[in-house]
Write a protein that binds this ligand. Structure first.
Ligand code: ADP
Ligand code: MG
Length: 252
């Protein structure tokens, strides 16, 4: 059974307040507030260029916000004294491109961060990497190299690599956008299972059917702002804002 949605309840894992981001003269994020509760799956939609990726990248300090505050699991991400590499271990990120090392096996790719970042022994790292590959249903592909795997399998290795570090929150930036249509389902299934296991997740994606079925909350962003948010039935079924209606009319 899927745990009950915790939107509005639960401890906040991510607390981003008043996030601004400038790139030179461009004002890309214009005061975004995003609070994500433990076990919540928040889905972010919006037109290309609206700032979705920039927002996710701010949440794990791949980008430095120009203003605002961010805490993840109670740690101040923007405090200079915070060890960004340590915090990033609590924040798993999965991108559209899988970024696996081609010369390493699936197991090697997943075990690498455990050894380099967490200082595990080879045996320990490989045991945890095998468990993570099992969770994404690739236990039998541990010794394959990326070129021997489908795009969907490679993305599931990337997910295993992230969850092996036991993050408190997972950020997904268009995880299925680079995949052939028949490979999308397997990745979404793994994400659904993670959600059922209680993982806190922020997902940027165009998979609206998945959002309807699995999201606790849908956020519509446009032009660097959150325009509208609510439960999927509300945002998809009865959008309040004209911009949301126009966007959904184009994509659905
Ligand atoms: P989305 O993910 O919603 O498509 P992005 O966050 O990728 O949007 O981009 C929002 C805007 O910020 C775009 O206009 C993009 O060109 C701009 N942008 C993103 N990263 C940079 C950067 N490093 N330098 C300059 N502009 C950037
Ligand atoms: Mg993007």
């Amino acid at each position: 059974m899927r745990p009950p949605p915790r939107a509005g309840g639960g401890n906040p894992i991510v607390e981003a307040r008043g996030i601004h981001k400038h790139f030179g003269p461009l004002h890309i994020l214009k005061g975004v507030d995003l609070v994500v509760a433990e076990r919540e799956l928040v889905f972010v939609i919006g037109p290309s260029g609206s700032g979705k990726s920039t927002l996710l990248r701010c949440l794990n300090r791949l980008e430095e916000p120009s203003g605002g505050s961010i805490t993840v699991d109670g740690i101040d991400l923007l405090d200079r004294r915070t060890d960004v590499n340590r915090v990033r271990q609590r924040i798993g990120m999965v991108f559209q491109s899988f970024n696996l090392y081609p010369h390493m096996t699936a197991l090697g790719n997943v075990a690498l961060a455990l050894r380099k970042v967490q200082g595990k022994t080879r045996a320990e790292a490989e045991a945890r990497a095998r468990a993570a590959l099992d969770r994404v249903h690739l236990a039998d592909r541990a010794d394959h190299h990326p070129a021997q795997l489908s795009g969907g399998q490679q993305q599931r290795v990337a997910i295993a690599r992230a969850i092996a570090l036991e993050p408190r929150v997972m950020l997904f930036d268009e995880p299925t956008s680079a995949l052939d249509p028949e490979l999308v389902g397997g990745v979404l299934q793994v994400m659904r299972e993670l959600r059922e296991d209680g993982m806190t997740m922020v997902v940027v994606s165009h998979e609206m059917a998945f959002a309807r079925a699995a999201a606790d909350r849908v956020i519509f962003m446009a032009d660097g702002r959150i325009v509208e948010q609510g439960p999927p039935a509300q945002v998809f079924g009865a959008p309040q804002q004209e911009r949301t209606r126009a966007f959904l009319g184009q994509v659905e």
